[in-house]
Design a protein around this ligand. Structure first.
Ligand SMILES: [Zn+2]
Length: 89
């Protein structure tokens, strides 16, 4: 079995009040966010990526997203749009 992969999530995704609409692999981590605004200084929560994918099977479509890429969609019914992330230099 694969080891559990950790994903950083915003408070909305953590509390399941908004769907994941923005996935970032900046620095090789998985960040699964709602794409909305957050309080300054919000501390991300960590959950298992597989649990997110059980909750929302459409996340499986971006399981092969490379490091430093991100994927965004307008809603859970819209397709993922992938793009290479911003260079950090
Ligand atoms: Zn959020």
């Amino acid at each position: 079995m694969m080891a559990e992969v950790a994903a950083y999530v915003c408070s909305h995704v953590f509390n399941n009040t908004r769907p994941v609409l923005l996935v970032s692999r900046a620095g090789g981590d998985w960040q699964c966010l709602c794409g909305g605004d957050h309080e300054v200084g919000e501390v991300p929560n960590v959950v298992g990526l597989n649990h997110l994918m059980e909750r929302d099977v459409t996340l499986r479509e971006i399981i092969n997203l490379p490091d430093d890429w991100e994927a965004e969609r307008a809603s859970q019914k819209d397709p993922w749009i992938r793009r290479r992330g911003q260079a950090e230099d």
